[in-house]
Design a binder for this molecule. Structure first.
Ligand code: NDP
Length: 310
C-alpha cells in the first residue's frame, strides 16, 4: 500500500503555499485541486493588496504563478476532488470523486469557502440564465444591459464597480442603511454614476421564464414593492466554508468553519491540519490564507518528524 507523507486538499493560496513549503521539506506532497482549481481568486479581477506585486496582478495570473512555484519543487497536482475521508488514523484515508482510495500520514485541508445564495426558488430556476454569483465570469454576457447586484460587502462593491464598466445601469441592493464594505470601496461605488444604490432593499423574487427580465424588491422600512427591469442578478452576499466532507470528523463552529488550536493549524485529529478560508472566518485574505498554508506545512512536517515518518 502506497502511503503518502502529506496530501493537500484545495488549490487556493493556502493549498499552494502549503505545497511549496511541504515540497521543499521533502514531504513529496500530492495536491488535489478540487472542482475549482485556483479557488476564489480565479473569479477575481485585479488584486492590489498582495505584497510583491507593486502594480497589482489579475487573480488567475496570481494563481498560475502559485501553481508553477508549487510544481517547480515537484508537487504532484491532481485535478480531482476529494469527496470522502476517514480520519480514524494513524494512516488517514481519502476518497476521490472517482472512488479511488488514497492513504496518507498527514492531511492539509485548504478547501476555502464558496458563494452564498439568497435561497429563493427563482434564483435556482434562473441560475446561469441571468442569475450568477460571479460578475467577473458572467458580466460580459450582459454588457450594454441593465443589471442588479445584491450585497454590500467588499465583494459586492468590487463587482458593482466591475459591472459599471460594462453596463449602463447597475442597481445595487443593500438590505440595511449602510454598507459593510471598506470605506475606499464604498466611496468608489457611491461616486460611480452608473451605480444606483437602493438602501433598505431586499430581493423578493426574480422574474422571467427562461431568462431574467426583472426583479421584485421590497423596501424593508416602508414595505413598498417595486419591480426593476434587469437582464441579470448578481448575488454577492458572502461565502460559506467548504467543509462538508469533514463534518463527521473535525470540530467546527456553527457555520462550518473548521476549528484549529490557537496559533496552530492543528485540528482535533492527529495529523490533520486546516489552513486558509475553511478555518478563517475573520481575515479571509489571500495573504492570510497563504500564511496559514505555510503554517500547516510546518505543522505537518513537525508531526511527521515526531512520528518518525520523515
Ligand atoms: P461579507 O460577509 O463581508 O459581506 C456580505 C454582504 O452581503 C453584507 O453586506 C451582507 O449584509 C450582505 N448579505 C448577506 N446575506 C444577505 C441577504 N440574504 N440579502 C441581502 N444581503 C445579504 O462578504 P464579502 O464576500 O463581501 O467579503 C468577504 C471577505 O472578503 C471580507 O472580509 C472582505 O473584506 C474580503 N474581501 C476583500 C476584497 C479586497 O480586499 N479586494 C475583495 C472582496 C472581499 P449585512 O451587512 O447587512 O450583513
Amino acid at each position: 500500500m502506497n502511503i503518502h507523507h502529506t496530501v493537500i486538499i484545495g488549490s487556493g493560496p493556502a493549498g499552494y503555499t502549503a505545497a511549496i513549503y511541504a515540497a521543499r521539506a521533502n514531504m513529496h506532497p500530492v495536491l488535489y485541486t478540487g472542482a475549482e482549481p485556483g479557488g476564489q481568486l480565479m473569479i477575481t479581477t485585479e488584486v492590489e493588496n498582495y505584497p510583491g506585486y507593486p502594480d497589482g496582478v489579475q487573480g488567475p495570473q496570481m494563481m498560475d504563478d502559485f501553481l508553477k512555484q508549487a510544481q517547480r519543487f515537484n508537487t504532484e497536482v491532481k485535478y480531482e476532488k476529494i469527496t470522502g475521508v476517514d480520519f480514524t488514523g494513524p494512516v488517514h484515508k481519502l476518497w476521490t470523486e472517482a472512488g479511488e482510495v488514497i492513504h496518507t500520514h498527514s492531511v492539509i485541508i485548504s478547501t476555502g469557502a464558496s458563494a452564498k445564495w439568497l435561497g429563493i426558488p427563482s434564483e435556482q430556476r434562473l441560475m446561469n440564465k441571468g442569475v450568477s454569483a460571479c460578475a467577473v465570469c458572467d458580466g460580459f454576457f450582459f454588457r450594454g444591459k441593465d443589471v442588479a447586484i445584491v450585497g454590500a460587502g467588499d465583494t459586492a462593491a468590487e463587482e458593482a464597480s466591475y459591472l459599471a464598466k460594462l453596463c449602463p445601469k447597475v442597481h445595487m441592493l443593500v438590505r440595511r442603511d449602510s454598507m459593510r464594505a471598506s470605506k475606499i470601496m464604498q466611496e468608489r461605488v457611491i461616486n460611480t454614476p452608473a451605480i444606483q444604490i437602493h438602501w433598505n432593499t431586499e430581493t423578493e423574487e426574480i422574474l422571467g421564464d427562461d431568462e431574467v427580465k426583472a426583479i421584485r424588491v421590497r423596501n424593508n422600512i416602508t414595505n413598498e414593492l417595486n419591480e426593476i427591469a434587469v437582464s441579470a442578478l448578481f448575488v454577492a452576499i458572502g461565502h460559506q466554508p467548504n467543509s462538508d466532507p469533514f463534518k463527521n470528523w473535525l470540530s467546527m463552529d456553527e457555520q462550518g468553519y473548521i476549528i484549529t488550536e490557537p496559533n496552530s493549524t492543528r485540528t482535533n485529529r492527529a495529523g490533520v491540519f486546516a489552513s486558509g478560508d475553511v478555518q478563517d472566518r475573520v481575515y479571509r485574505q489571500a495573504v492570510t490564507a497563504a500564511g496559514s498554508g505555510c503554517m500547516a506545512a510546518l505543522d505537518a512536517e513537525r508531526y511527521l518528524t515526531a512520528n518518525g515518518i520523515i
